[in-house]
Ligand binder design. Structure first.
Ligand code: PHE
Length: 350
C-alpha cells in the first residue's frame, strides 16, 4: 500500500470514529493529535517521494490533520452534552419529588356533604329533581296555586316560551326551592318516605353580600303513619347538634309556608359575646337556620297520599347560609366567584 492510500485510510478512519465517553475522546486525541500521533511517521515518508508528488502529499496529510481536529472538537462537545443531559434527567434519586397540584372541595360541596351525611346516618335517602321545573311541582302541588299571595315570597325566573309545558299545561321555571322534590317523590313513592334532597335553586333577587340569585338548599321530608311535630323537633335538634356542636340549643318560632301547617322557623343559639355576634344575630343571640313544619294535608292530597292515614314533616335550609356560619364567611358572593385564593383555604377540610 502506498503512503497516499495509507493517509486516505486514516481520513476514513477519523470520519468513522466514535467516542461515547470522555476517556474515548481523550484516546482519540492522543492517537490523531498527540505528540506521537499516527500522522507524524507519514510526514517522514514525504522525503522519499518524487518532487512532483510532494505537494499533493503535503496537502493530503493536512486534510487528515484538519479532519482529526474537527472530529475531536465534535466528539468532545457531544460527550459534554451527554454528560449534561444525564444530570438534567433528574437522576439524582435523593432529590425531593415535585409536589402534585391537588384541587380542594368547594365550601358549598363540603357543607352539602356534611348535612346530607348527618341525615343519611339516621335513615334518610338522597332524592333529586330537575332545576328547570314546571309550575305544578314548584308551586301548585305545594299548595301555592296561581294568584296565591305567597308566590310573591319567592321571585321566580320563568323560562322562555317555546319549551314543552309541564303537567296541566303549566309554565316552566327555574325552581325556587327544593320543595319541588317533595312533590316529585310523593308522586312516585309510597309512605313511609324519608328523603333528603340537596340541589341548586334560583330566585330573581338583587345580588348582595347576603343574598344571591342562585344558591343551594337541602330539603327533608318524612311521611309515615303518626308522624308528629315532636318527631320533627327531635330530628332537627339532633341535626343542629351534629352540625354546630353537642351543646347547641335550638328554638322554633311560628312562621308561615303554604305547604306546611303549622309552620316554624328554627334558630340556633349563637351567643352574644363579640361585636360580630351582635351584628349577625341582630342583637338577639339567635340565628335562623331553616324553615320547617307539618306537611299540609292539601299537599299530601295533591300528590296522591291519603291525609287521613299519613302525616309528615318537612324542612328546608340554605346551604350557603350554613357554610357562612360554619366557616365565618361574610359575603355569599365569594362562593360563586371561583377565586382560588378563597377556595384554597378549604383544601384541608374533609
Ligand atoms: N321551601 C322553603 C323555602 O325555600 C323552606 C321550607 C321547606 C319550609 C320545607 C318548610 C318546609 O324557604
Amino acid at each position: 500500500m502506498d503512503v497516499f492510500d495509507r493517509v486516505e485510510e486514516l481520513i476514513a478512519e477519523i470520519g468513522a470514529a466514535t467516542a461515547p465517553t470522555p476517556e474515548d475522546v481523550e484516546a482519540f486525541r492522543i492517537k490523531y493529535l498527540g505528540s506521537k500521533n499516527v500522522l507524524k511517521p507519514l510526514m517522514g515518508a514525504m522525503r522519499s517521494l518524487p518532487n512532483d508528488r510532494k505537494r499533493d502529499f503535503g496537502q493530503l496529510v493536512n486534510r487528515a490533520k484538519t479532519a482529526a481536529q474537527e472530529k475531536y472538537d465534535a466528539l468532545r462537545s457531544a460527550a459534554a452534552t451527554t454528560e449534561d443531559s444525564v444530570a438534567g434527567q433528574g437522576l439524582d434519586l435523593t432529590a425531593p419529588a415535585e409536589p402534585l397540584p391537588l384541587g380542594s372541595r368547594h365550601p358549598v360541596a363540603l357543607t352539602m356533604r356534611r348535612i346530607v351525611s348527618i341525615f343519611e346516618r339516621i335513615g334518610f335517602a338522597v332524592a333529586e329533581g330537575p332545576e328547570v321545573e314546571d309550575d305544578w311541582h314548584n308551586f301548585t302541588a305545594m299548595n301555592t296555586p296561581e294568584d296565591h299571595p305567597a308566590r310573591d315570597m319567592q321571585d321566580t325566573f320563568y323560562v322562555a316560551e317555546g319549551l314543552p309545558a309541564g303537567p296541566n299545561n303549566s309554565a316552566m321555571l327555574l325552581r325556587t326551592h327544593t320543595s319541588s322534590v317533595q312533590a316529585r317523590t310523593m308522586e312516585t313513592q309510597k309512605p313511609p318516605i324519608r328523603i333528603i334532597a340537596p340541589g341548586r335553586v334560583y330566585r330573581n333577587e338583587t345580588i348582595s353580600a347576603r343574598s344571591h340569585a342562585q344558591f343551594h338548599q337541602v330539603e327533608g321530608l318524612y311521611i309515615a303513619e303518626k308522624v308528629s311535630f315532636a318527631d320533627m323537633k327531635a330530628t332537627l335538634l339532633h341535626f343542629a347538634r351534629e352540625m354546630y356542636g353537642a351543646d347547641t340549643r335550638i328554638r322554633l318560632r311560628p312562621s308561615y309556608f303554604p305547604f306546611t301547617e303549622p309552620s316554624a322557623e328554627m334558630d340556633i343559639w349563637w351567643g352574644l359575646e363579640t361585636e360580630h355576634d351582635h351584628r349577625i344575630t341582630k342583637g338577639t343571640g339567635w340565628l335562623e337556620i331553616l324553615g320547617c313544619g307539618m306537611v299540609d294535608p292539601a299537599v299530601l292530597e295533591n300528590c296522591g297520599i291519603d291525609p287521613e292515614k299519613y302525616t309528615g314533616y318537612a324542612f328546608g335550609m340554605g346551604i350557603e347560609r350554613q357554610a357562612m356560619l360554619l366557616y365565618n364567611i361574610t359575603d355569599i358572593r365569594l362562593m360563586f366567584e371561583n377565586d382560588v385564593r378563597f377556595l384554597r383555604q378549604f383544601a384541608s377540610v374533609l
